[in-house]
Each structure stands twice: as C-alpha cells, then as structure tokens.
Design a protein around this ligand. Structure first.
Ligand code: AP5
Ligand code: MG
Length: 214
C-alpha cells in the first residue's frame, strides 16, 4: 500500500503516518525528518536545507525529489510506504508520478488531514519533539510522562526551530500557495480522501483505518 499524507503544517501528518506505518507494517518516510537528521549530523544537505526551513520556506525541489525516489527503492519499501511531507509542490508530484510509472506502480491513497489555520498556530505552540528518536508530543493533548524527557528513549524534548509563531505563519502561507494545489491534483486522479484532523488523534486514526481497511 502506497500512501501520501497531505495537510497543513501541524495538521497531524506525522502523528498519523507513524500509526499507519505501525499498523500496516510499512515504512514512514518523512522528508522533514530526513532533513532534520541531516541538520543534526551537519551534512552538506542539512546545511542547505536549514537555511530554507528556518525561514519557513520550502527546500528547492531538486534537493528533495531524488532523495525520496532513491529512498523508496530500498528493500523495506517492497510492500509500500507512507510518504509524509512529500510531495509538496506540483513539480514534486509530477516527478513522483513519472518515477512510479517507470516501474509500473502508482500511489493508492492521498489522505488530506484537514485542519483550519486558526487551530494550527495553537497546536504548534504546544509541540515538543525528541532530538534523538523524533517522537512528538503535545503539552495539552499528549504530554510526556516527565517534562522535557522522551517517554520512548529518554532523549531531550525540544521546540522545533521552525515552530516559532512568525515562522508557522510563513509556513501556512507557503502551504496555501504551493502545497494546497495538490488537493485538486489528487482529486483529479480519484485517490484523494479527506479526514477531519480537528478530531482527537485516536478518532482521526479511526477515520483513516475506515479508508484503508483493517
Ligand atoms: P515537515 O517536517 O514536513 O513539517 P510540516 O509539514 O510543516 O508539518 P509538521 O511536521 O510541522 O506537522 P505534522 O502535520 O507532521 O503534525 P504533527 O503530527 O507533528 O517539514 C519541515 C520543513 O522541511 C518544511 O517547512 C520545508 O522547509 C522542509 N520540507 C520538508 N519536506 C519538503 C518537501 N517535500 N519539499 C520542500 N521542502 C520540504 O502534529 C503537530 C502537533 O499537534 C504535535 O504536537 C501533535 O502531538 C499534535 N497533534 C497531532 N494531531 C492532533 C490532534 N488530532 N489533536 C490535537 N493535537 C494533535
Ligand atoms: Mg511532521
């Protein structure tokens, strides 16, 4: 099963993608996580990506497309994958389609996690992420057992650099301009499914399982 997660920054793509990956036994491929791992490790890609991410802008398509296409040729993707944060522009979606067509494959579902802008800013303020394993928390909706410490690995919890309110507003504007057109793109391909991302995390997941099947 090959799935794309769509949705504004903070809509809950990562939260739901991790659950999908666990339930259906497919890898979770998050371009944001890949960039953050590169930044942490000080790679050339990380240095380039950071300048765009810190401003709330998208990383240029040419730094993203090959990275994802190479990733899903790996063995663990034989039964599919859930893409989180990719594609994010029409050129990325076209490049993905072209690469899949070349190997006789296609995306099965594009799931839009729909959340209005006004909910997003509040959500992002409460997000904490583990520097080591990438697990995410929310101070109101899913607080860690010990303040500042990851439940899973004991790593330190931080506020992401791009979660400052001004940067979140910029990311939302970029989303509406460059990523939202993908909703029509996948509607035209008859694979778009929309879930209500304002529900509780568990209830959003129930809607997703209704779409994907048990
Ligand atoms: P990326 O890491 O993908 O960030 P994003 O799209 O802005 O989305 P987020 O990760 O912020 O949010 P999410 O939807 O995953 O929400 P989450 O589950 O964490 O990208 C970062 C940057 O990298 C981009 O700005 C860009 O620069 C670059 N980049 C990445 N991919 C790229 C690409 N393809 N092309 C170009 N550039 C790219 O949830 C958010 C919070 O809400 C959490 O605290 C969570 O616990 C909480 N929460 C989740 N669900 C619920 C719920 N139902 N109710 C209450 N709280 C909830
Ligand atoms: Mg995410």
């Amino acid at each position: 099963m090959k799935i794309i997660m769509l949705g504004a920054p903070g809509a809950g793509k990562g939260t739901q993608a991790k659950r999908i990956a666990a339930k259906y036994g497919i890898p979770h491929i998050s371009t944001g996580d890949i960039f953050r791992a590169n930044i942490k490790n000080g790679t050339e890609l990380g240095k380039k990506a950071k300048t765009y991410m810190d401003e709330g802008k998208l990383v240029p398509d040419e730094l993203v497309v090959d990275l994802v296409i190479d990733r899903f040729k790996e063995d663990d993707c034989a039964n599919g994958y859930v893409l989180d944060g990719f594609p994010r522009t029409i050129p990325q979606a076209e490049a993905l389609d072209k690469a899949l067509e070349a190997i006789g494959e296609n995306i099965d579902y594009a799931i839009d996690v729909a959340v209005p802008d006004e909910n997003i800013i509040v959500r992002m303020g409460g997000r904490r992420a583990c520097v080591d394993c990438g697990a995410t928390y929310h101070m109101d909706h899913r607080a860690p057992k010990v303040d500042g410490v990851c439940d899973h690995c004991g790593g330190k919890l931080i506020i992401r650099d791009d979660d400052q309110p001004e940067t979140v507003e910029k990311r939302l504007a970029v989303y509406h301009e460059q990523t939202q057109p993908l909703i029509d793109y996948y509607t035209d391909k008859n694979i778009l499914k929309t879930v209500d991302g304002t529900l509780k995390m568990e209830d959003v997941f129930t809607e997703i399982v209704d779409i994907l099947g048990e």
